[in-house]
Design a protein around this ligand. Structure first.
Ligand code: KG4
Ligand code: ZN
Length: 333
């Protein structure tokens, strides 16, 4: 019987390992972040990220086993992120996972990073199917119709920038450092979200796609036309910009829930740490009698517990990875 899954995640700038029992009980969740290294470059430098993953992967796996209180031999299977992500970074986790599975003679399973962000919601809640999942990360903004633990149908996505990218690029324009989402979130708390009227792109469209590059451009023009505003009203700029992102995310998720006649909603991914998105989605969906599930921040940002969890459900459905398969994706997770 497969019960204890070691999960490994290295798609971007976090080296992570975790042990999860039966897909739902996290026994450990170790994340080694490289954010301090990359912040001085204003973004993730892929070559540096791969090298840091090589240094961290074994200590992080050992720490995950230790924190879980399990021996290497008690691991029943290994799950690893196959993509999307930076190819050099993915290769490190991939190679480690393969080597561990091979040496222990245990099954290996490959997991999609974005689908795993959805599965993260099962780590803290029992959620009945079907549900609509909004995944908002640094590289993706996707809406899914989810009908089972391994049944994900992509129903909408961003046509250009992701929501996290919109936060990070705005922070750069405003001189707030990297990654910018957290800083914009913090400054927004003392700002007026109705002060500046930023556009809400694609709300007039009937599909479930998003677009954020125009929003970023309108911020750029606003700053160009009002250069003194960064000094005078940074909190109002942040709050108004954040509100435009959050409004469109929630409006599209709500219209998907209505169209598919679904009562359960999941919001996950790094941007789901945003306090306004959390607060506003709880307000909007509960008011309509819907159930909203947003994982704790440690399960929203990149982590390996979500990889172990989805790995478990994929193994349960009979999937096994071939040892000779390579990694494939190059887009950021
Ligand atoms: O899912 P994630 O940890 O990594 C990727 O797979 O990309 O997401 C990272 C993204 C970054 O763009 C970061 O700025 C954003 O999540 N983020 C936030 C907040 N915390 C992290 N965005 C807005 N508000 C936050 N509090
Ligand atoms: Zn992610």
């Amino acid at each position: 019987m497969i019960s204890y899954i070691l999960g490994i995640e290295s798609s971007c700038d976090e080296t992570a390992a975790a042990v999860v029992r039966n897909g739902k009980i996290p026994l450990s969740n170790i994340v080694s972040s490289q954010v301090d290294i990359h912040s001085k470059y204003g973004g993730v430098v892929p070559e540096i990220a791969s090298r840091k993953h090589i240094e961290s992967i074994i200590p992080v796996v050992n720490e995950a086993l230790e924190q879980a209180g399990v021996s290497t031999e008690s691991i029943d299977a290994v799950a690893v992120t196959q993509g999307p992500g930076l190819v050099g970074s993915l290769m490190v986790g991939f190679s480690a996972a393969k080597a561990i599975a091979y040496s222990l003679n245990r099954p290996l399973v490959y997991v999609d990073h974005l689908e795993a962000h959805i599965t993260a919601a099962h780590l803290e809640n029992d959620i009945s199917f079907p549900f609509i999942a909004l995944i908002v990360s640094g590289g993706h903004t996707n809406l899914y119709y989810v009908s089972g633990y391994t049944e994900f149908e992509l129903i909408g996505k961003t046509r250009d920038d992701a929501a996290g990218e919109a936060f990070d690029k705005a922070a750069k324009i405003l001189g707030l450092g990297y990654p910018g989402g957290i800083e914009i979130d913090r400054l927004s708390r003392s700002g007026d979200p109705g002060k500046i009227k930023f556009p809400r792109p694609f709300l007039d469209k009937k599909n479930f796609d998003f677009s954020y590059s125009g929003l970023k451009t309108s911020l750029l023009y606003y700053i160009k036309d009002n250069p003194e505003s960064i000094e005078k009203e940074i909190e109002d700029i942040c709050a108004s910009y954040q509100e435009a992102i959050v409004d469109t995310l929630i409006a599209k998720t709500l219209s998907a829930a209505n169209k598919y006649n679904v009562k359960n909603i999941v919001v996950s991914g790094g941007v789901a740490c945003n306090s306004r998105l959390r607060e506003f989605s709880i307000e909007i969906f509960t008011k309509r009698g819907m159930n909203i599930y947003i994982p704790s921040p440690k399960f929203c940002t990149d982590n390996a517990a979500m990889i172990s969890a989805l790995g478990y459900f994929r193994l349960e459905s009979g999937e096994r990875a071939a040892m000779d398969k390579g990694t494939y994706s190059t887009a950021r997770g």
